[in-house]
Design a binder for this molecule. Structure first.
Ligand SMILES: [Zn+2]
Length: 403
């Protein structure tokens, strides 16, 4: 939905086709999705306007406009690939040329139902947010996978949940979504601010929302089903709320319930106890990691004694290849370098740490990575990284001995 704050007012969406038209005409009457949103099939007059491009009357297909994705479907045998507003006309791009004449146009009803459901749900959310919580809608996205509405202020979860409950109440009241056309209506104009075009299409959902809007809607709010807010994300001064309505909301809720079910099974507790269980497990895991590190650190002095010595020219390398927590690889490498007054190389799994008083540690790591692959680097004194695969002692000795 394209919002033009300050020009159209806070909840007015781009309403009319751009481009000139005779003053006082109401082109909206030809837009079937404005006046009869439940019509999915009708005979239309086709006029060719370009290669594989036509206009039709009445206009059955909603174009990609105002943040709502375009409708899809057929005109005769031709598949509608794209519906766009071009120079004030709704132009269909087809998969084949179509000659002038009368054809039956058919809408992809599932797709329309999806976009109209999400879009009408957004009217309800934006309307309630404005009138009951003082939140102004500053942006909207209606997508195939997800929908978002951006508010100008911070929205906390307790308010979002209340918004969901009130939106559900609006759905259950099955309120008609009414369309009216206002031609030079001074009252509408003063409410919405200055509007340059001749005709304003007003969409009204009871006393919940009244907006100037160009989109396709469901006929009554009862058709929406459920409206769910699934996520809140901070956006500068405001909040982006991710929402879904109808069948997509149910699908998403089922997916999330499935995740909870898996977590309950793994944790062996009720959903309500999961956060505390997760926190306890994380804390325990940190404690254990510390304990493991402490026990290993007691062994480091012994490990220094067990290193394999490798001579590279006049320089000495002390090599440790074996198990060790990643956090201690650099510590052990430093201890080896100190003890032998040379270079310490520690390889544990794919983790590598090198400390050196003689050879170039960073260069040595690069040499290993040129054969074994991996990431990381360092200075002549110390280097850390990962290898793409574990390495055997023989292989490592060969690499280190290479000049
Ligand atoms: Zn709308």
């Amino acid at each position: 939905m394209q919002l033009i704050p300050g020009r159209f007012g806070p909840r007015a969406y781009l309403t009319t086709l751009p481009g000139a038209r005779p003053h006082g005409t109401i082109p909206g009457m030809k837009r079937l999705y404005w006046t009869q949103p439940d019509v999915g099939e009708t005979e239309v007059e086709v006029v060719t306007v370009g290669p594989n491009q036509v206009t039709i009357e009445p206009i059955l297909f909603h174009p990609e406009e105002g943040g709502q994705p375009a409708d899809q479907g057929h005109v005769g045998e031709a598949v509608v690939n794209e519906v766009r507003v071009v120079d004030g006309q709704v132009v269909l791009t087809l998969d084949r040329p179509l000659t002038k004449g009368r054809y039956v146009a058919r809408l992809d009803r599932q797709r329309r139902l999806h976009t109209a459901t999400q879009h009408t749900a957004q009217h309800i959310l934006s309307g309630l947010a404005a009138t009951q919580f003082g939140l102004t809608t500053v942006g909207v996205h209606i997508g195939r996978e997800g929908c978002t509405v951006d508010f100008d202020q911070k929205l906390e979860w307790d308010v979002a949940e209340e918004l969901e409950r009130r939106a559900t109440a609006v759905v259950m009241l099955d309120i008609p979504v009414e369309t009216t056309f206002q031609d030079q209506d001074t009252q509408v104009r003063s409410r919405l601010g200055q509007i340059e075009s001749d005709v304003v299409r007003i969409v009204r959902i009871g006393d919940v929302d009244t907006s100037a809007c160009c989109g396709a809607h469901v006929k009554t709010t009862g058709q929406i089903g459920i409206i769910r807010i699934f996520d809140l994300e901070s956006k500068k001064q405001g909040t982006r709320a991710s929402f879904l309505a109808g069948a997509r909301a149910l699908e998403q809720a089922q997916t999330e319930t499935g995740v909870l079910r898996e977590l309950r099974k793994m944790a062996g507790c009720a959903s309500a106890d999961l956060p505390a269980m997760f926190q306890k497990t994380t804390e325990r895991s940190k404690e254990l990691a510390k304990e493991v590190e402490r026990i290993w650190s007691l062994r480091l002095a012994d490990l220094v004694q067990s290193v394999e010595m490798v001579a590279v020219g006049p320089a000495q390398i002390g090599l440790y290849l074996g198990e060790l927590p990643r956090e201690l690889t650099a510590v052990l490498a430093g201890m080896i370098a100190e003890a032998i007054q040379g270079a310490g190389v520690v390889v544990s799994g794919t983790n590598v740490a090198i400390s050196s008083r003689t050879l170039d540690a960073g260069g040595l790591l690069k040499k290993m990575q040129s054969v074994l692959g991996g990431k990381g680097g360092g200075s002549p004194k110390s280097a850390n990284g990962r290898l793409d695969r574990p390495v055997t002692a023989g292989e490592l000795l060969n690499i280190l001995k290479q000049e």
